[in-house]
Design a protein. Structure first.
Length: 634
């Protein structure tokens, strides 16, 4: 695991060293720089496998290929054995060297047999070309900047900003996407000119031309003529695939642990670890104490820790998060509005004091149906069958009868959002549920000057993902939207940045591409039997997990943000979103922002996610653009 950076088109060791130094948190154990005419590669290393022999940049035997690599190839030992049979000779025991020999054997297609998380750059001297590659789900980041014959790449934007050619002008289309969903899209960054290599893509830079190629997509569902399996047989296959994914992710020459939330996903990971290893397991959990009991799952985490006799560690998160936000904003480089970043940052900080590698249950909700909104899709299909005149009464009464709250399940907000979108066709109604600000909201919120900079449809990728739904079931379309967007662009970004902020490598068995392929073969009705979220996954582990862990409702890795914005974080909100600052910044209509604040503070409607989106945007502008004075939209 490490951070990588490079320059093609100039030879400037000092600038490259500055870029690499910006990534020191990703790899505090070692640094490597290699430069040659017109090319420079650099890396910071977090030593996990082959501690002595895995130094980078790494070259092949005749120094014609040079590689910098971020990530882990979990099946590298099998690949290495096959390459040895083909006559290749190895000098190290590292997965990095396996990549070099695979490229010698297969060229850019070397990514196809890889099972892991990775972002790498390989310089092919005879061809004078650079190959970039990123794993299928986008677990590891890779950004690039290109102008004429100068090409830069790095694991994080902050490294690219060290190069004098790179400006800090804003990509307003990316900002539009941020306001809609809380994160920037897969192919763009918040900075104009800095792009992301999308997940499951390679890119070749040669003679000033960059060519992208996609090598994997989400597969279709089960063929019509495929043999039908019983529910128990499907559950056994799921457990087998997850156990194998966990087994592969135990490859390490340093101690590792598990993020244990107390939910079914992380508990299943711990159970799978116990099945494949007799070694001691370290688990790490976070809670909120008596201040927010509906958000706290420590009781269930303790049950799992006791059941599998782990070395268990706990942290209590207090609402003094304002002190954490500067570091969080710094490590994301872009505005990021998922407030789960806060507990993720804290648990990664605590875990990093004990181990270098941690497994997580991230991805379980998207692969095995953990979100209530999936039930919403099913219910809305039936709700839509009711004549419109009959829907009018419950549509008007439900939001009034069910009050909004600060609990982890805000039924009032859900009821409001459900009935407001019920008349819309799919995928419109699903997109309405997952957006922070809809287009109608943004028409009231954004100033005319900001709206004039928006031209693209921020929902295009979501709609394309939904169109590929299978099994004759729209719920499969919801899975595909989340697997194509929310998981790689929000959750995996958060997991990478918050763990690497503390030099901690995070591994996600549920995001193994074979687990996802297996999941998409299963009809949604089997994953959610009888409207029971994660019913299949729970059945797969029913014989080993404590019953309360299986039966308690999903709470999610959230913070009591709505309550904190009315109490401990209120002063911070008022300062960041004061009418004077909003007006001067020029992005949003002050009256619209004040309306959101008034409704939230009065308990009329929860706007915690929307207000947090605006607050994090303001913090980002201050951190990245205000260095020369207050930045404003002119």
């Amino acid at each position: 695991m490490c951070g990588i950076a490079g320059v093609v088109g100039q030879q400037d060791r000092e600038t490259l060293e500055g870029m690499v130094q910006a990534l020191v948190h990703r790899g505090p154990d070692d640094q490597g720089i290699w430069v040659a005419p017109g090319i420079g590669l650099g890396m910071r290393r977090l030593s996990i496998i082959d501690l002595a022999g895995g130094r980078q940049p790494m070259a092949n035997e005749d120094d014609t290929l040079h590689l910098v690599f971020n990530g882990e190839i979990y099946n590298f030992r099998d690949l290495r054995a096959d390459l040895l049979q083909r006559g290749h000779r190895f000098r190290t025991q590292s997965d990095t060297e396996v990549l070099l020999h695979l490229y010698e054997e297969m060229g850019p297609a070397c990514v196809e047999p890889l099972r892991g998380m990775f972002a790498f750059a390989l310089w092919d001297a005879p061809r004078r070309s650079l190959l970039l590659a990123r794993d299928r789900l986008g677990k590891k980041p890779l950004f690039y900047w290109h102008r004429d014959n100068l090409f830069l790449f790095a694991s994080e934007i902050k490294a690219l900003l060290r190069h004098p050619a790179v400006s800090r002008s804003v990509d307003w289309e990316a900002f539009h996407h941020y306001l809609a969903f809380g994160y920037t899209p897969a192919e763009r960054s918040i900075f104009s000119g800095i792009a992301k290599l999308p997940p499951a893509h390679t890119a070749t830079f040669r003679d000033g031309v960059l060519t992208l190629q996609q090598y994997w997509t989400l597969p279709r569902g089960t063929p019509v003529d495929a043999p039908r399996l019983s529910f128990r047989e499907v559950a056994e296959r799921v457990r087998h695939e997850l156990r194998e994914a966990v087994r592969l992710r135990l490859e390490s020459d340093v101690p590792l642990g598990v993020f244990l939330s107390g939910g079914i996903d992380s508990s299943a990971v711990v159970a799978s670890m116990r099945e494949v290893t007799g070694q001691r397991i370290a688990t790490f959990s976070i809670g909120f104490g008596r201040a927010a009991p509906s958000y706290d799952e420590l009781t269930y985490a303790r049950m799992v820790a006791q059941r599998f006799e782990t070395d268990h560690h706990e942290e209590i998160l207090e609402p003094k998060v304002a002190d954490l936000l500067p570091a969080i904003v710094h490590h994301f480089d872009e505005p990021f509005a998922d407030s789960s970043a806060i507990p993720t940052f804290v648990v990664a900080q605590a875990t990093g004091r004990h181990v270098k590698v941690v497994l997580s249950g991230i991805g379980g909700d998207e692969t095995f149906a953990g979100y209530p909104r999936y039930l919403g899709v099913r219910l809305s299909e039936r709700y839509a069958l009711i004549p419109r005149w009959l829907r009018a009464v419950p549509g008007a009464l439900l939001p009034r009868l069910i009050r909004e709250s600060d609990a982890s399940r805000n039924w009032g907000d859900w009821a409001r959002r459900f009935v407001s979108a019920a008349a819309q066709p799919l995928p419109d109604r699903y997109l309405g549920w997952i957006r922070f600000f809809g287009e109608a909201d943004l028409a009231r919120l954004a100033t005319p000057a900001l709206q004039a900079r928006w031209q693209t449809n921020v929902e295009a990728v979501h709609r394309a993902a939904y169109a590929a739904h299978d099994h004759g079931d729209p719920v499969d379309g919801a899975f595909r939207i989340d697997l194509s967007t929310y998981l790689p662009e929000d959750l995996l970004v958060m997991a990478d940045r918050m763990s690497m902020a503390h030099s901690l490598e995070l591994r996600a068995p549920f995001c193994d591409h074979r687990v996802i392929e297996e999941s998409l073969q299963i009809p949604p009705s089997v994953k959610v039997p009888g409207f029971r979220l994660k019913g299949l996954l729970k059945a797969a582990f029913a014989d080993v997990l404590p019953r309360p862990v299986l039966s308690h409702r999903k709470q999610g890795f959230m913070i009591p943000l709505g309550r904190w914005l009315r109490t401990d974080l209120r002063d911070m909100m008022e300062e960041l979103l004061s009418p004077e600052r909003v007006r001067t910044r020029g992005l949003f209509v002050p009256e619209a922002v004040e309306s959101l604040k008034r409704e939230h503070l009065a308990g009329i409607r929860s706007h915690s996610d929307r207000l947090w989106t605006l607050m994090m945007a303001e913090l980002w502008f201050r951190h990245y653009l205000d260095a020369g004075g207050l930045w404003t939209l002119r």
